[in-house]
Design a protein around this ligand. Structure first.
Ligand code: GLN
Length: 530
């Protein structure tokens, strides 16, 4: 077994027992990065070569020196008999939307390419305090706006380790690709409409969006402030639980964090699913999209392979003693994407106001006439196409004369989306389910270039993930097989507020019962010749 393919809990245990050193683990991971990652994402990258097309490009920056210092420090503390923490020597990466002091924090945008944050995000600080070793910052869609990671201003963009002609998903594409390719055992991502879960599903790894407020957003470059959730990307469910133990909890620097004790997510992890009620809804077995010619929502069934993998997952859980509750109606779920289009754009436009060339980041070098001219030139040169589109749309749908028609309406439908879930989880209600089981995505990873440029179609990749964000609920994706092209498929669980421990427990039960499944022995293409 290669060191890079070990799970985080295995690495921490081996370092604590001194069978491995943190430096040794780090060097193995740096070697893995040089073997599979190709050149890191950069501005003005020039021509994308055939060689570029065959490597992963998860990283924007690898901070070797910083990491070497951290690893050496961990080894020193171990040698001195100190208890370091649950992530002792575990190498991890951070989506480049988190501020980390001493590194550039770019949001994959030209406008922040030279931004050297003066402080470190709480979630990253906690990972480091727990003994984790940060390898570097990983790539994403510009400002996290996208579902393929292709829209980064730092090219080459990430490519799927299972097949580099396919996208990683996004926006935490760098996180999912890095973890799938053994470049770090863990990654810290963010999820606003599906950005942890969709790429995790595409790359065959585990990803969790915690309950809104469970993990601090302090130091996160904001997209949609009422939707954003930092969370773990890992190679198995136990590692996701381990990482949740480290990053969850109240933070006085983010007063939207929940002031609730953090349970030990590892405690009952393997207690099984006997007696649990797991729901299936037909509203998550169809693709809904807006037909512009007809002017209405259209429906079509999801691909068979995806439906089958969710049904098989349900069967496996049922064989372990869970009760499957079928045919649940969730009539408002189909409005998730249209509502998200409005709310997330309004919040994005508002959050992007601060990037104006004055306080930090890029400033236009053209001749400037006046303050407005400085703003205009800086923002025109600094933002890529997707942020510009989102600013335009966000400003439009929240403008005084349209706000009632779009923004206020979207807020009302958002609470109806939440009401679907309240009915589902109501302890005295008809369904009384512990969790809803759905596909994570309506397709497996699509080819690079196929959807890019059509931001409406791109958005529909999130239709099964986005409603957990609207409702603020925790949700987890875990690998549930491969499709006929041998690309990973994810299954998703959504549970009531703060039910992370239960979701992890269900996914862990599935992981244990499918441990010997044939598909589990398949490996990402980029790892085959190592
Ligand atoms: N793909 C979605 C979007 O483009 C979600 C992004 C996210 O979760 N950050 O907005």
């Amino acid at each position: 077994m290669n060191i890079c393919d070990l799970k985080a809990y295995e690495i921490a245990a081996l370092i604590k027992s001194r069978e491995l050193s943190a430096v040794e683990v780090l060097e193995a991971n740096l070697d893995r990065i040089s073997n599979v990652d190709g050149r890191s994402g950069m501005l003005d990258a020039g021509e994308i070569t055939k060689e570029d097309e065959a490597t992963v490009h998860a990283f924007i920056s690898v901070s070797e020196e910083r990491a070497r210092k951290q690893a050496a420090d961990v080894d020193k503390r171990i040698a001195e008999g100190e208890q370091v923490g649950p992530l002792t020597g575990v190498p991890f990466s951070v989506k480049d939307i988190f501020a980390v002091k001493g590194t550039f924090s770019t949001a994959a945008s030209r406008i922040l390419a030279n931004f050297n944050a003066p402080y470190t995000a709480t979630a990253v600080k906690k990972m480091e305090k727990a003994g984790g070793v940060m390898l570097g910052k990983v790539n994403l869609d510009e400002f996290t706006y996208g579902s393929s990671s292709e829209s980064s201003a730092f090219q080459p963009h990430p490519r799927n380790p299972w097949d580099t002609s396919k996208v990683t998903g996004g926006s935490s594409g760098g996180s999912a690709a890095a973890v799938a390719a053994g470049e770090g055992a863990l990654s810290l991502g963010t999820d606003t409409g599906g950005s942890i879960r969709q790429p995790a599903a595409f790359c065959g790894v585990v990803g969790m969006k915690p309950t809104y407020g469970r993990v601090s957003r302090y130091g996160l470059i904001a997209f949609g402030s009422s939707l954003d959730c930092p969370g773990p990307v890992s190679r198995d469910v136990r590692d996701a639980a381990l990482m949740m133990n480290v990053i969850a909890g109240p933070d006085h620097k983010d007063n939207t964090t929940a002031v609730l004790p953090v349970p030990d997510y590892l405690h009952d992890l393997e207690a099984g699913v006997k007696g649990m009620r797991i729901g299936l809804s037909s509203d998550y077995f169809k693709i809904t999209y807006f037909d512009h010619e007809k002017g209405e929502l259209q429906e079509q069934p999801i691909p068979d392979s995806i439906k089958r993998s969710v049904e098989k997952t349900a069967d496996a859980l049922s064989n372990m003693g869970a009760e499957i509750v079928e045919d649940i109606q969730m009539p408002y779920q189909k409005y998730g994407i249209p509502v998200y289009f409005v709310i997330s754009r309004v919040e994005a436009a508002s959050n992007l106001h601060r990037f104006d060339g004055v306080k930090y980041g890029y400033r236009s070098e053209q001749v400037i006439d006046n303050l407005k001219d400085l703003y205009r030139k800086t923002r025109n040169e600094g933002f890529g196409q997707e942020p510009k589109l989102r600013i335009l749309m966000g400003m439009y749908v929240s403008a005084a004369q349209f706000s009632e028609q779009y923004y206020q309406q979207a807020l009302r439908v958002r609470s109806l989306i939440r009401s679907d879930f309240d009915t589902l989880f109501d302890a005295n209600g008809k369904h009384r389910v512990d969790a809803l089981l759905t596909p994570t995505t309506p397709s497996s990873a699509f080819p690079v270039g196929d959807v890019y440029g059509d931001s409406v179609l791109m958005q529909y990749a999130d239709q099964f993930t986005v409603n957990a964000n609207h409702a603020g609920l925790p949700s987890l994706t875990f690998p549930a097989g491969l499709d006929d092209k041998k690309m990973p498929l994810g299954a998703q669980l959504i549970g009531p507020d703060f039910s992370e421990a239960k979701l992890l427990r269900i996914a862990r039960a599935y992981e244990i019962t499918t441990d010997n499944a044939a598909w589990r022995s398949e490996k990402p293409q980029v790892l085959k010749n190592l």
